[in-house]
Design a protein around this ligand. Structure first.
Ligand code: C2E
Ligand code: MG
Ligand code: MG
Ligand code: MG
Length: 291
């Protein structure tokens, strides 16, 4: 495998994209072990509204391989999906996230958590019921859980996917449509999927402040989503200018490094406690208020 160092100096694994190299098989075996050994962790990234209120947290899986260093989620999730390990990974993620939500609630921190689920999961028989049972076991109300799906859920068996998703929303779980604008986005999907939130993909958000076409796409997406009664979250907001544009376009909430990167659980708790009732404030606004 090839490795490079990321900004934090930790080695980042980069694989070649072929599907069944010995390398990939090795990684799959390692992932299986890592799940059993509890080496896979969840970090949490805040979604905040423009008034600073914390709308929720997104759970993002993290795996530091003992020899290879950090393996990017996109990399090992693809491996899990093509190997049949995905349901196991998702169970692990749901279990870990719900245990954490229960701990936060016990501390008086009532913040909803979003978990990413893959198309595989949605097509796993009994998925909706299993999620409901897991919520009950942790004593977590369904409204405290959100599931992020992508339009890829509709590729295989759209009717079956829609049934599962309706089952989930029937239990009170909120659905969010992730990575909107990439791949197969279409109005048909928006109509078919019982989602209450739409997340605009980072690829449109990143250059929003400098690219007028991206700005137009974001504007249309926000308007479309609102006309369908959906909340809109922008992913990958890294700077003040982008934040201001999104606010002016009527976007509901943002997620991105401007606010915070995904943090380990302890750091997330501290972050939530430090925000208190007033929510998150932009460094730029704090500076302006102090001046
Ligand atoms: P996603 O669900 O669209 O998550 C957003 C990704 O953008 C995350 O990457 C996050 O760390 C990154 N991000 C957030 N803010 C910024 C920013 O301001 N700038 C930039 N450049 N990036 C930002 P991450 O954690 O590497 O996850 C990548 C993808 O892997 C996720 O995309 C999601 O599709 C998948 N994934 C992560 N955790 C899970 C999981 O537990 N289960 C499943 N099925 N998929 C997961
Ligand atoms: Mg997501
Ligand atoms: Mg996304
Ligand atoms: Mg993504």
């Amino acid at each position: 495998y090839q490795a490079k160092r990321d900004r934090t100096g930790v080695e980042v694994y980069e694989s070649k994209r072929d599907s069944n190299t010995p390398d990939r098989l090795g990684l799959l075996g390692d992932l299986r072990r890592a799940l059993d050994a509890g080496e896979v962790e969840l970090h949490y990234q805040p979604k905040v509204r423009f008034d600073g209120q914390v709308a929720g947290l997104e759970a993002l899986v993290r795996w530091v391989h003992p020899e290879r260093g950090k393996v990017p989620p996109d990399e090992f999730i693809a491996i899990a999906e093509s190997s049949g390990l995905m349901p196991h990974l998702t169970e692990y993620v749901l279990e870990t996230a719900l245990a954490q939500v229960a701990r936060w609630r016990a501390q008086g921190l009532h913040v909803p958590v979003a978990v990413n689920v893959s198309p595989r999961d949605v097509h796993t028989p009994g998925f909706a019921g299993a999620v409901a049972a897991r919520l009950a076991r942790h004593g977590v109300p369904a409204g405290a859980l959100q599931l992020e799906i992508t339009e890829h859920v509709l590729l295989e068996d759209p009717q079956k996917a829609a049934d599962t998703l309706n089952g989930l929303t029937g239990h009170g779980v909120k659905m969010s449509l992730d990575d909107f604008g990439t791949g197969y986005s279409s109005l048909v999907h928006l109509r078919r999927l019982p989602v209450s939130e739409l997340k605009i993909d980072r690829s449109f958000v990143a250059r929003l402040a400098v690219d007028t076409e991206d700005a137009e796409i974001v504007r249309c997406t926000v308007d479309l989503a609102h006309s369908l009664g959906l909340l809109v979250v922008a992913e990958g907001v890294e700077d003040d200018e982008t934040w201001e544009r999104l606010r002016d376009l009527g976007c509901d909430a943002v997620q991105g490094w401007l606010v915070a990167a995904a943090m380990p659980p302890g750091e997330t708790t501290a972050w939530l406690l430090a925000r208190g009732e007033h929510g998150w404030r932009r460094p730029a606004d704090i500076a302006a208020a102090a001046a």
